[in-house]
Design a protein around this ligand. Structure first.
Ligand code: PLP
Length: 401
């Protein structure tokens, strides 16, 4: 098979699997148990958390381990509701003025796990341009005094467009200062879903200026169902899942020791290699584009040429039906996707492709090719050949109907 859907899932590497096995077998203990062997599980868990935190320039204690990015995103947004509680409590004693509802701003192209969780709050969306880049003037305009949290992913999961987080953070900093001068003390936090691009970017929470950062093991050859939320010192969260009080009360449930150890091992394998990995995928993507030049009709490339994850190649064959292309490619064991796997499974046109202003025809013919560890020069060349073969025959078929 030729797998071109690494943004959806990645294979767990041999090394990652090996690192996990002891914590599923001989060191299976609950890390909270009091006896000595359980301490080994606790130590391994804390060491792994430290490694994950170290990867983003943070400390183990700054992380809350979750069941993946979806849960981490949901947890991040509780920074808002906890604020409502605190303001309401403060006000209860003295006056009865209604508390102005804090607002959440999210980018319109965010993953469903951001957009759906945002619906639990008063939220507004920030626009993007035709390449999927945040419209900073729209952000500035919507940054009213009751905005308490802004959520912008590090890189989009359909287009791979990389957002200028440091610039966004600087805008929020300015807004905080202006609010303070006017005696407004409401918090203003920045959250980013960094599910995509973990292995391709040098991520440092201080440099990015984020208060909350979502991490996802499943996209870096770690196990699925493991994620983390970095929580900066200014953010106060409310637990989404309550129980035994693990993760400092922010996420109860017996710790997934093997999963977290696996995630840490996966990150260790990519740590320090971002630049080389980018180079490798830039070259492979270029090879693939060269192969696609041989198709009778060349695709339209989507997203932002200069600010795109190196392993992403989002494109469209306008006039063709992407669902049919996927099916025809699958027959030849080439696996690709349309938009995100999630919106594709709902059978709805992608909100991301709509947001960047594609025509219905362009959306209908769009494919997302994402390269990764399973690709090399040979299979990329072969993938290009097969895609052209399928595309050419689909254009031919169309002519005859
Ligand atoms: N956020 C982004 C940007 C993603 O790409 C994904 C997965 O596709 C998720 C969140 C959801 O991750 P999970 O399924 O691990 O909760």
């Amino acid at each position: 098979m030729i797998y071109l859907d690494h943004a959806a899932a990645t294979p767990v590497s041999e090394k990652v699997l090996k690192s996990m096995i002891p914590y599923l077998t001989e060191t299976f203990f609950n890390p909270s148990s009091a006896y000595l062997p359980a301490k080994d599980a606790r130590e391994a868990y804390e060491a792994a958390k430290n490694k994950i935190a170290n990867f983003i320039g943070a400390k183990g204690n700054d992380l809350v381990i979750t069941s993946g990015a979806t849960e981490a995103n949901a947890l991040a947004f509780t920074a808002i509701s906890s604020r409502i509680d605190r303001v309401a409590k403060m006000r209860q004693k003295s006056d009865s003025t209604p508390v102005k509802k804090p607002t959440l701003l999210v980018l319109e192209t965010e993953h469903a796990s951001v957009l759906e969780n945002a619906k639990n709050y008063d939220f507004e969306t920030i626009k993007v341009d035709k390449t999927g880049l945040i419209d900073l003037s729209d952000l500035k305009q919507k940054l009213t005094d009751n905005v308490e949290l802004v959520s912008v992913s590090l890189a989009n999961n359909e287009l791979g467009t990389i957002q200028p987080l440091a610039e966004i953070s600087a805008i929020l900093k300015e807004t905080r200062l202006s609010r303070l001068k006017r005696g407004i003390t409401a918090q203003l936090l920045l959250h980013s879903d960094a599910s995509q691009g973990l292995s391709l970017m040098d991520i440092n929470v201080s440099r990015l200026g984020v208060d909350l950062l979502t991490l996802n093991s499943a996209k870096v050859c770690g196990p699925k169902g493991v994620g983390a939320l970095y929580v900066g010192h200014d953010a106060r969260l409310n637990p989404v899942i309550m129980g035994g009080g693990q993760e400092r009360g922010l996420r109860s449930g017996t710790e997934n020791v093997a999963g977290v150890v696996g995630f840490a091992t996966a990150l260790e394998a990519v740590h320090g290699h971002a630049s080389a990995t980018r180079k490798k995928y830039t070259a492979l993507v270029e090879n693939l584009k060269n192969e696609l030049k041989k198709c009778k009709v060349e695709p339209v490339y989507l997203g932002n040429k200069n600010h795109r994850l190196a392993n992403f190649l989002p494109l469209s064959f306008p006039g063709l039906d992407a669902e049919r292309l996927i099916f025809k490619l699958e027959e030849k064991e080439v696996y690709v996707s349309t938009g995100s796997a999630c919106s594709a499974s709902k059978g709805e046109p992608s909100h991301v492709l709509r947001a960047i202003g594609l025509t219905d025809e362009e959306i209908a013919g769009s494919l997302r090719l994402t390269l990764g560890v399973l690709n090399n020069e040979e299979n990329i060349k072969e993938a290009g050949r097969i895609i052209c073969e399928v595309v050419n025959s689909e254009y031919e078929r169309q002519k005859n109907v």
